[in-house]
Design a binder for this molecule. Sequence first.
Ligand code: C5P
Length: 404
Amino acid sequence: MNELAGKRLLLGITGGIAAYKSIELVRLLRKSAAEVQVVLTGAASQFVTPMTLQAVSGRPVRQDLFDPAHEAAMGHIELARWADLVLVAPASAGFMARLANGFADNLLATLCLATTAPIILAPAMNQQMWANPATRHNVALLEQRGVELWGPASGDQACGEIGPGRMLEPEALLGQLQGRFAPGPLSGVRVLLTAGPTREPLDPVRFIGNRSSGKMGFALATAFAGAGAAVELVAGPVSLDTPPGVERIDVETACEMEQAVMSRVTGCDIFVGCAAVADYRPDAVAAQKIKKHNDRMELRLVRNPDILAGVAARTDAPFTVGFAAETQAAEDHAEKKRIAKRIDMIAANLVGAREGGFERDENALTLLWEGGREALPMMDKRRLAEQLVSVVTEHYLAARHPAS
Ligand code: C5P
């Protein structure tokens, strides 16, 4: 199967000696029947000529932000909409800084701001520039916003140094692109997730909340989308960017979260309750700010609906996955919860001062299901999410197509 046939790839080339390799990349992409539109920055045209790239890509190369020949000088919007994917290879340190800071001062940087297509960078630079704290910071910012980085590789550099900073070879980039467009194991599968905390208002200015950052749920949404699923993410109040390709529904309270979930769960294949939903909410919300009069005050709370248990109890219940954040005996409590809520799988983790969990970038989980368990050791939440998604995928597919 040729995954790249008919795909519209926008190849941005920025200034760096590795730009000469992009000519070969364009040739390989064209051989794979992809449509390739090349955009050159001014610095890139010092290394490769528009004429060469036009010849190999079969399309005029674009260079200018203000180009009267293209759609009333709105070329950046037209290109941003056209692309199925934007690959910048080589991506120089300067271009990455521009992108990280949202500059719109050349055609390539501007269309990257304007596109909803995935953006992938293949960095190429001197190893010291790659190691520089400014570049490290820009890389972290870009990755946080969902920009993917492929490479760089390590080895001999054009400047005579040895280290990380070499652009991946054209064949390697081609392979990565083919993998990116290959249908994932969850293609055609609908996934609904909850993430983040809820806020239960006491009065117009105060609420009961919790320390959930939403990072685990957002990482899961990214990983499910990466596996090819159509993902809807019901998010409590968090300060995180929406993962590319994910539909996000913002809510505040547990009741709003329940409503958002129940109105979307029909036809959904996998439900993951990752949100830290408040168990109770104030019985009444004061219309005005509550004043301090007495030394003591009592709050009357009422139970919130259990969203996960509610989804699992439906006759059309999807494959359900829950989380159990515990401060002690995590597995015991989690297993009891799995059975009580009648869910297919639960991810147990310890939270507290020394453990991972809330507000951290790392976490460790133990997955429990009927008759089995798998421990995922402490790691970055993004990698952890990918591993969790692969275990969920395996169990979901086995439940859908039981061995006869
Ligand atoms: O019972 P407990 O709150 O510990 O269960 C945690 C799991 O249940 C999580 O998956 C959480 O998202 C889900 N949950 C829910 N609605 C609630 C409480 C918890 O969906 N009201």
